[in-house]
Design a protein around this ligand. Structure first.
Ligand SMILES: Nc1ncnc2c1ncn2[C@@H]1O[C@H](COP(=O)(O)OP(=O)(O)O)[C@@H](O)[C@H]1O
Ligand SMILES: [Mg+2]
Length: 394
């Protein structure tokens, strides 16, 4: 039986959504194969484990339940989950983890930071690595990489908050020279439509920038007659496959946080972790109605985007189609998609338990490959210092 750690929650705006993703995954993991260890990161940054975490109701009033849970940590020196025992003389124990699936969205979980910790601790994990995760989280760098690969992206420009504060007029002139109104103003680094606004004129642009959350801001040409299509990618290295496509359906000007996660009908807010909540509950058409050529193009692009970030596990690539021109643009990659996009894989012939098995396999394969690398190099540097050679002189 493999010990499968599932990490969810986290210090990010997407903490609640991550609980849904994590609990859904745990519910669907094959219990004959895995002993699942739930690992919850509270929004205050503390890590917990314990059976009670499987009860979705505790998160409404976590403080009342946290005494029944054990505080835990992953340390770079320990290949596992350290249980921090209470009491002066109690010894910390370590739960070995064979593999970890990070069910985290947004900052401090999907952005490479958690992946870095898992790398240091040498624990196999199923998501994109440090680099792919961090580039995938940053809309500016992501676009730069996509452009370098000649993937179609919408015209954009970007600037830092410091530049804005130094010379607003210059920034406004630059944006207006490069892009027509209306435009989308987005924080480079948040997700789930938080901090995103549409500017229809200069006044709107200044306001959108003022209320933005990030130190780096990206501004994009708006597609007025828009169709959105998402497609999931699954795999590792050269072995990547694309799922069927979905079309999320709009009911506001653009998909807000509420649209994405809260509109699942009555009770979806409260029923976290139930099979009826989360991304799979958003209004969507699966499979999306697309011309054969266009669908092929999107699925091919999904595999290429996956490879461009050296991704691993399951991702979702989101596209914008301009209905006026029928042009397809890559909008973004989510390296840990809501609900792991399992609803797309189900329609593509892979059940959720099978998807989890694949994620575990991929994590183990990647660790196997990592172990083939050589991280040590014998040099005489320390010996020479001991012999009195000056430090830092080559
Ligand atoms: N350039 C654009 N033109 C038209 N609509 C857009 C554009 N960029 C984003 N949107 C709308 O805003 C939503 C959120 O933007 P997105 O870039 O996907 O950010 P997030 O990381 O928050 O998901 C999109 O799903 C789409 O509905
Ligand atoms: Mg998006």
């Amino acid at each position: 039986m493999k010990k499968l750690g599932v990490i969810f929650g986290g210090v990010s705006c997407e903490h609640d959504v991550s609980i849904i993703t994590g609990l859904q995954l745990i519910e669907n993991a094959n219990k004959a194969k895995y002993e699942v260890i739930p690992i919850y990161i509270h929004s205050d940054g503390e890590w917990y484990t314990g059976e009670e975490l499987l009860n979705a109701n505790i998160y409404k009033d976590f403080e009342a339940h946290q005494n029944h849970l054990k505080k835990v940590a992953i340390l770079p020196s320990q290949k596992g989950l350290m249980v921090l025992e209470k009491g002066l003389f109690s010894k910390n124990t370590v739960i070995d983890l064979d593999v970890v699936i990070p069910a985290m969205h947004g900052m401090n979980g999907e952005d490479g930071t958690l992946q870095g910790l898992l790398e240091l601790a040498n624990i196999p994990y199923s998501s994109s690595g440090v680099l792919g995760s961090s580039v995938g989280m940053d809309k500016i760098l992501m676009k730069k990489v996509f452009e370098a690969h000649k993937f179609p992206v919408l015209p954009y420009t970007y600037f830092t908050r410091a530049e804005w504060e130094e010379d607003r007029d210059e920034i406004i002139t630059r944006i207006e020279n490069e892009l027509p109104y209306p435009m989308f103003v987005k924080p480079s680094n948040l997700g789930s439509s938080i901090g995103i606004s549409k500017a229809k004129n200069r006044e709107g642009l200044v306001h959108a920038i003022a209320v933005n959350y990030d130190a780096r801001i990206i501004v994009e040409k708006s597609v007025e007659n828009i169709r959105e299509i998402n497609c999931s990618g699954l795999g590792y290295e050269n072995d990547v496959q694309a799922s069927v496509c979905e079309e999320p359906v709009h009911w506001e000007e653009f998909l807000t946080f509420e649209d994405k996660y809260m509109h699942g009908g009555k009770g979806s807010k409260g029923a976290k972790g139930s099979k009826q909540s989360g991304m799979e509950n958003m209004s969507r058409k699966i499979p999306a109605e697309l011309e054969e050529q266009q669908e092929k193009k999107i699925r091919d692009l999904t595999c290429q985007v996956f490879k461009s970030l050296n991704s691993k596990g399951v991702v979702r690539v989101d596209y914008i189609i301009d209905k006026d021109t029928n042009e397809v643009y890559v909008n973004e990659i989510n390296t840990i998609p809501g609900s792991f996009a399992f609803y797309l894989w189900e329609v593509s012939g892979i059940t959720y338990p099978e998807l989890i098995d694949k994620l575990v396999d991929i994590a183990e394969k990647a660790m196997h490959d990592k172990n083939k690398n050589n991280y040590s190099f014998k040099s005489d540097v320390i010996g020479n210092i001991a012999k009195g050679q000056k430090m830092g002189v080559k």
